[in-house]
Design a binder for this molecule. Structure first.
Ligand code: ATP
Ligand code: MG
Length: 381
């Protein structure tokens, strides 16, 4: 019988999960999202919305009462509350997996214990720990919030000893960890899926370009040697085997200057660097996520053609309503998230540039350069 799907978070990821779910009427009869913003992106594409905070216990209980199966688009949900509602609704990925992943210190400790390389790190309890960490790792070093970080907002790069106090104060007493700075040659990621029966499939390695700590561009496949691709995919498979959760996981990695791979972090959810799969792959990451949590056979992760995903970010210049974007180019797919208000660097949409006729990545990069001006968001009068 078709199930009612609950999603914690109805932003762009919840929206694209909803769109995929609507195409599976035999498996999913209704989608309910929990999100604090009225008329959230997912509700605009057919999800019923419960208006409430992601951490609101009563709202989560209401969602669990109404749903057969719950998943999430954000990792900041309260895993203990989720655990307490497991008797009302199945939850994937499991609250246990979420609890490990949502705390960067626990996550990195877990990976290390399982023999998976991560940058060196230590737990920070006071400012003295930072000073001794810097002695150990050298400078620069990355001070990070253990929880609730996104788009780099939970990071402070310490470049000199005189930054230590500023860095410590920036986090206002939040639990922290310090990491050795990795001088990487490239940032890459693997979108990996595991279904409730333990079947695992990974998507081909992609390359990620960040600007001001926010993902700007993903290039699929990553422009690295086959050896690195293979190494990254093996690490992703091993990670999925030890993690045990069901769903899509976005595994962010650094390729080091000596061609090793370390995991930066894992997101227990569909991931921005997997948006290209909407047009480039045999199965989109959103459909795959649903297949995984519902215990269906996983779809093919084959990349059909080269592709580039480019995020449309709110202009630094203004906050407010904006003019709709129009891009009509063959092979270019614009997806806007229906957010009414633009804010500096807010993720408002993305474009996928798809090499439908066998175009090379260099050709797709040229197309991106040409159409970039069309992706600039301007205020509406
Ligand atoms: P997201 O953008 O994925 O939401 P986040 O806020 O959780 O990220 P991280 O992924 O930890 O933050 O870091 C953001 C970016 O900062 C990374 O993509 C990378 O460019 C840089 N970075 C983080 N940790 C390190 C490190 N140890 N060494 C070098 N660069 C790092
Ligand atoms: Mg990250």
């Amino acid at each position: 019988m078709a199930k009612i799907l609950g999603i914690i978070g109805g932003g762009q990821l919840g929206m694209m999960i909803t769109e995929a779910a609507k195409k599976m009427p035999e498996e999913i009869s209704e989608i309910i999202v929990l999100d604090p913003t009225e008329n959230c992106p997912a509700s605009q594409v057919g999800a019923t919305q419960i208006i409430g905070d992601f951490k609101d216990k009563d709202a989560i209980i209401e969602l669990a009462n109404k749903s057969d199966i719950i998943t999430y688009e954000i990792e900041s949900g309260d895993s203990d509350v989720l655990k307490s509602v497991e008797s009302k609704s199945e939850i994937n990925p499991s609250p246990e997996t979420l609890k490990i992943i949502q705390d960067k210190f626990l996550q990195k400790s877990f990976l290390l214990e399982n023999g998976i390389l991560v940058p060196e790190f230590i737990e920070i309890n006071d400012i003295e720990d930072i000073k001794s960490g810097i002695k150990k790792f050298g400078l620069p070093a990355m001070l990070k919030a253990r929880r609730d970080a996104y788009d780099g907002r939970g990071n402070f790069k310490i470049n000199s000893e005189s930054d230590v106090q500023k860095a410590y104060d920036y986090f206002k007493g939040q639990p922290l960890l310090l990491e050795k700075f990795v001088p990487f040659s490239m940032e890459v990621s693997v979108i990996a899926s595991r279904n409730t029966h333990g079947q695992i499939k990974t998507y081909p390695l992609v390359e990620n370009i960040h600007e001001d700590n926010i993902l700007r561009e993903t290039i699929a496949p990553a422009r690295v040697s086959e050896i690195i691709t293979k190494k990254a995919e093996l690490i992703a498979e091993k990670t999925m085997t030890v993690l045990k959760g069901a769903g899509i996981f976005g595994i962010e990695m650094f390729v080091t200057v000596d061609d090793n791979i370390v995991i930066n972090e894992i997101a227990p959810r569909v991931h921005n660097s997997g948006h290209h799969t909407l047009q480039s792959s045999e199965t989109s990451q959103f459909e795959q996520h649903l297949r995984a949590i519902l215990g269906l056979e996983l779809g093919s992760t084959k990349l059909i053609c080269n592709s580039i995903m480019y995020n449309i970010l709110g202009s630094e210049e203004f906050t407010g309503e904006y003019n709709p974007l129009k891009i009509s180019e063959s092979g270019v797919f614009l997806k806007m998230y229906g957010k009414k208000i633009s804010k500096p660097m807010r993720k408002l949409g993305h474009i996928n540039i798809i090499g439908e006729n066998g175009e090379s990545i260099d050709t797709l990069l040229e197309i991106l350069q040409r159409i970039k001006p069309k992706t600039v968001v301007k205020p509406s009068k």
